[in-house]
Design a protein around this ligand. Structure first.
Ligand code: CA
Ligand code: CA
Length: 180
């Protein structure tokens, strides 16, 4: 069983994925995030097509988890808790691929680093429009020459989605709690 700390983070994660802020996660959020992402990056038709497919695949596999294009917060938490309780190591491995895939798409220039621009565009695309807070979030990763290694960001998200240790600070949790 997940503890209260982990469940509270899953609820934060759920809210962070409600791109159009209507209180629920549905295909409308997939549509909005992927079209905004393509638009903000000025992707050409071929790349846009790939992003459209990759986004949908990611949402279906890791967020809807077999539900048909809509999932409530309770269903989301229950689904994560079921997998976490069944096999914690397998759950961590699944979250590792979840965030590997997500940030691989966000790393549009494929240099295995996330730049401030890539970070800001991704968060804007996901409905987090407050540039000052998004920038503060990015800076919390201590970028060197404006870049954060992809693996540092992925690790922070895997920790966010899997750690039950409330004594360990979470960059991701802190950022969302300050309003990102
Ligand atoms: Ca929504
Ligand atoms: Ca990059």
């Amino acid at each position: 069983m997940a503890n209260e700390f982990l469940i509270s983070k899953w609820k934060i994660w759920y809210k962070s994925l409600d791109v159009n802020h209507d209180g629920t996660i549905s295909m409308a959020d997939v549509e909005e995030s992927r079209s905004k992402f393509s638009e903000l990056h000025h992707l050409d038709a071929e790349k846009k097509d790939m992003v459209m497919k990759n986004f949908e695949k990611w949402w279906k596999e890791y967020i809807f988890r077999g539900k048909d294009g809509e999932i409530s917060e309770q269903e989301f938490v229950d689904a994560l808790n079921k997998d976490f309780t069944a096999d914690k190591n397998k759950f961590i491995a699944t979250m590792q691929s979840c965030f590997d895939i997500l940030f691989d798409v966000i790393d549009t220039n494929k240099d295995r680093s996330i730049s401030e621009e890539e970070f800001l565009i991704a968060f804007k695309a996901y409905g987090h429009e407050n540039v000052a807070l998004d920038t503060k979030f990015f800076k919390a990763y201590n970028p060197k020459d404006g870049l954060v290694p992809l693996k540092d960001i992925v690790t922070s998200w895997v920790d966010f989605a899997t750690s039950t240790d409330a004594s360990k600070p979470s960059v991701v949790k802190t950022a969302f709690e300050t309003g990102v």
